[in-house]
Design a protein around this ligand. Structure first.
Ligand code: ZN
Length: 656
């Protein structure tokens, strides 16, 4: 394991807390040590309190902060002396402990101190570092793991047999440390959990961590249990994207809400899911820290009913009463290992799915390496149950805040590179949806940097391309729940007498025909939408009030509106809603060039500015107005509305 300590960077730190931030980030940027908010670090600093007295303060990582990006304010300052006193209690419930820690903060706005605070407080070193290093937990999770660790580290570490994180672990670790530590002790191994290192300087504590992990990595290498062959080519097997959408629907049904479902396509995941012994191997996480995100058990195959039974049985055999007492969070898997689709991950948002995927990728490394070493033997289900149903974690999940309107849902938006489509991307992202943006314009790939956005260049008049992008969207997010048919072209003004058949067909191909293909191809996906499918078509004021010189455009939008009405009649039985917006005079869009704008204004005998606000309310209608209403049309406000046509035009006397 590489030591990343850099003298120049460290010298730029002006105090102990800055050094703490610096070396915490060194640990945090290495996914083989900690992943997504895992691990924690601390430093003990003497400060003057309000009375001018010296007071020892423990700065410990606050919850919600990630070591990779932590800042000074991410450390919670707690008074050291009272925390050390707490460690002497015989008993303390976890909620009491959390409250006890919070009441010793010296900054009221600080984040909640880590549940491992008491352990950090009692270790008699200024700097304490804690990670869940892959190599160490791999060795722990093998038959005879503790013996291997003992032989490997000798008196460099004290070893704490597995105890669930919280007060009991702090007390037990304190006892063992007090009884067994020698002048040679540089760290502590928590069996099946992780590693602590400590020292009086940031550098030494960090370097001890690297040294301890390096010992484990070298051991794995020596036993030919380090390098994994991940390059045996494996291909995904699915004949129809609806298979994936249906699996997502079944997983979502188990949680009672829509979930993002991601087919990772990882070679190692495909190979693992195809192993005959996958069921025996995929039987627990590398460290309890991962349980909350990934759940203790993955789904093997696609039978979510059977998964629920197995999940219950897995826990019931150990904790029948506890399971009765506690409400089951949800019997839905977060990790799915399917022989055709490989490793898939589910979660309530794209960010959550990314975390699950990262964690499970590391879990696979641990499992495969442990296998080489003699077998994967994770914690027993009783221990995992205790973590999955831990009061503190349940409270955190419940506190998680109100979910966004479209959390776990996916929308496909056409014409997303500019104007109304681009504004729709923002409006749906803001409401928590994953967004697939299509456009013939390559800029569509850059509309948003959010991981919840997938921009795909696509000519929607090409049916083969539509099929390809739908496959991509479903592999990435699991389905399509909402569709915004926005792409359209608005050619230069032509009277009927001068309108060529070629131009007519060109307009119809984009504004009408492509939308038929999109509706037809997404129908099976919309039917499988966990919260029912919804479609918004962007029509035009020209539908109720056409203007001269725009025959092809007006006719295409009128036909599209009629297509919407028939679709509403046919899809009502599937609970799919479809509605239309009729915007007018939205000028911040791709179809309004300066030339067209001037021509239309002149046609009505107006200046461009007069033309822009030429409506009853005298306001300029923007893409944002349309996008917000398009999003709301898919929301609960319009739950009872289908086949409606809503004008967004500032009021138009011809329409009224
Ligand atoms: Zn830990």
């Amino acid at each position: 394991m590489q030591n990343l300590w850099n003298e120049t960077e460290a010298a730029a730190c002006t105090d102990d807390l800055e050094l703490r931030v610096y070396s915490s980030r060194l640990l945090g940027c290495n996914p083989a040590l900690v992943l997504h908010g895992g691990g924690n670090t601390s430093v003990k600093i003497v400060e003057k309190n309000l009375l001018g007295e010296d007071e020892e303060i423990l700065y410990i990582k606050g919850s919600g902060w990630d070591l990779a990006t932590i800042k000074p304010e991410g450390f919670a300052p707690v008074r050291l002396r009272p925390i050390r006193c707490l460690s002497k209690l015989k008993q303390l419930s976890d909620p009491q402990m959390v409250n006890g820690l919070a009441t010793q903060l010296t900054r009221s706005a600080a984040p909640a101190p880590s549940v491992e605070t008491i352990l950090h407080a009692v270790l008699p070193f200024r700097y304490v570092d804690h990670t869940h290093a892959d190599a160490v937990v791999t060795i722990c999770n093998t038959p005879g793991g503790q013996q291997r660790i003992e032989e490997l580290y000798g008196d460099l570490v004290v070893i704490v047999p597995y105890v669930m994180p919280g007060f009991d672990l702090a007390r037990e670790a304190t006892r063992i440390f007090t009884e067994q530590a020698t002048p040679n002790t540089i760290g502590m191994i928590l069996m099946n959990h992780g590693v602590f290192s400590f020292a009086d300087t940031a550098q030494e504590s960090y370097e001890r961590m690297i040294r301890l992990v390096d010992i484990a990595e070298t051991y794995l290498r020596k036993h030919d249990a380090w390098e994994l062959d991940k390059h045996t080519a494996q291909d995904l097997r699915f004949s129809n994207r609806c298979e994936i959408a249906k699996l997502r629907q079944a997983v979502s049904a188990k949680t009672g809400k829509a979930m993002i479902f991601h087919v990772t396509g990882l070679q190692v995941g495909l190979a693992f899911a195809r192993r005959a012994d996958v069921r025996q191997l995929a039987c627990g996480p590398a460290t309890p820290d991962h349980v909350i995100r990934t759940k203790a058990l993955p789904l093997i195959g696609r039978d979510t009913e059977q998964y629920e039974q197995e999940y219950r049985r897995y826990f019931e055999s150990h904790e029948p009463e506890a399971l009765e007492r506690k409400t089951m969070l949800d019997p839905a898997p977060r990790v799915i290992l399917d022989p055709d689709l490989g490793l898939c991950c589910a979660g309530s948002s794209v960010a959550e799915v990314g975390i699950v995927a990262d964690i499970y990728e590391h879990t696979l490394d641990c499992i495969l390496r442990a296998e080489r070493l003699g077998g994967w033997q994770p914690l027993p289900s009783s221990a995992l149950f205790a973590v999955e149903y831990w009061d503190l974690e349940q409270a955190k999940l419940k506190k998680g805040g109100k979910p966004s309107m479209f959390s776990g849902e996916i929308v496909l938006i056409t014409g997303a590179a500019s104007g109304i489509g681009k504004a729709c991307v923002d409006s749906y992202l803001q409401r928590g949806a994953a967004v697939v943006g299509l456009d013939i314009d390559v800029r569509v790939t850059e509309v948003s940097a959010s991981p919840a956005y997938l921009g795909l260049c696509c000519d929607i008049t090409d049916e083969a391309k539509i099929t390809a992008v739908l496959d991509q969207a479903v592999l990435r997010f699991g389905g399509i729940d909402m569709l915004v048919l926005n792409a359209g072209i608005f050619p230069a003004s032509k009277t009927v007498a001068e309108l060529s058949s070629e131009l007519w067909r060109q307009v119809m191909a984009v504004n009408l025909d492509a939308n038929l293909s999109l509706l037809r191809e997404t129908y099976p996906l919309l039917k499988a939408a966990p919260s029912k499918g919804r479609v918004v078509i962007i029509g035009s004021k020209n539908v109720p009030a056409p203007g001269p010189g725009a025959a092809a455009y007006s006719a295409s939008k009128a036909a599209l509106t009629q297509l919407m009405r028939v679709t509403a009649l046919e899809w009502g039985k599937d609970s799919i809603r479809i509605n239309a917006l009729h915007p007018n005079a939205v000028f911040d869009t791709g179809i309004w060039t300066e030339e067209i704008l001037q021509a239309r204004a002149a046609h009505y005998g107006l200046t461009v500015q007069e033309y822009k606000t030429n409506n009853l309310l005298g306001i300029e209608v923007s893409s944002h107005h349309i996008a917000e209403l398009a999003a709301e049309l898919c929301g609960p406000l319009f739950a009872c509305t289908t086949a409606a046509q809503v004008s967004v035009d500032g009021g138009n006397d011809r329409v009224i």
